[in-house]
Ligand binder design. Structure first.
Ligand SMILES: Nc1nc2c(ncn2[C@@H]2O[C@H](COP(=O)(O)OP(=O)(O)OP(=O)(O)O)[C@@H](O)[C@H]2O)c(=O)[nH]1
Ligand SMILES: [Mg+2]
Length: 195
């Protein structure tokens, strides 16, 4: 399956382009990609970028798709599904657990549902760590026509398989860790920059 890494955001909370921020000398997005591509079920990683980020991201050697919609993750998922079924993640997830990715993809193939998404017992879902089929494109198109851009709403309309997070190994939860603010770097054991 394709692994699609979303990279069309504006890093407003972080300030600057968080995906290019170097952690141990390597841009954040490359930490994410390397974790994702080490999952056995991932055949190829593609980056779904905003037009302004595309050129720089191409230098990393992965296929870059340009998201022309820029209406949030739903537009990135839409762009990725143009290539085929995809496991979609955010670009700011440097702690992805490859075994968890494989688990979700296998469950997705077995279930034959449009989407397979992890869900907490409280009902919260993790749509940027989920498997999507091309069959989901119709629903996204409907939502775009309605100007409804919340991916959560699109998923609610689909034939979905939910994976209860509390039922899989506790360590897999680390997979959802994502960098939103400079302060989050501390959780990676990196001192927050002084400036
Ligand atoms: N392709 C694409 N990716 C997006 C879009 N909006 C957000 N993303 C990506 O989705 C992931 C999760 O989004 P956020 O954590 O909100 O990142 P962000 O939007 O850059 O950050 P904020 O501006 O602070 O919200 C990140 O990897 C973003 O780059 C979009 O419109 N298109
Ligand atoms: Mg955002």
């Amino acid at each position: 399956m394709i692994g699609a890494v979303l990279a069309g955001g504006r890093s407003k909370r972080f300030g600057g382009n968080k995906l290019l921020y170097r952690i141990d000398g390597k841009p954040l997005i490359l930490h994410t990609i390397e974790r994702l591509e080490s999952a056995n079920e991932i055949e190829e990683v593609v980056i779904v970028a905003s037009p302004e980020n595309a050129e720089k991201l191409k230098t990393f050697g992965y296929q870059v798709l340009v998201d022309e919609l820029l209406v949030g993750p739903i537009g990135g998922i839409y762009t990725a599904l143009g290539l085929g079924d995809a496991f979609v993640t955010a670009g700011d997830m440097p702690r992805i657990v490859p075994e968890f990715v494989d688990y979700i993809i296998k469950y997705f193939h077995k279930s034959r549902k449009a989407v397979c998404v992890p869900r907490w017992i409280n009902g919260h879902i993790e749509p940027l760590h989920a498997a999507y089929s091309m069959g989901f494109l119709d629903i996204i198109e409907e939502q775009l026509a309605l100007e409804e851009y919340m991916i959560k709403r699109a998923i609610e309309k689909a034939n979905v398989c939910y994976l209860t997070i509390e039922k899989v190994p506790f360590e897999w939860r680390e997979s959802f860790f994502n960098v939103n603010r400079k302060d989050d770097l501390r959780k990676l054991g990196i001192p927050e920059p002084l400036v």
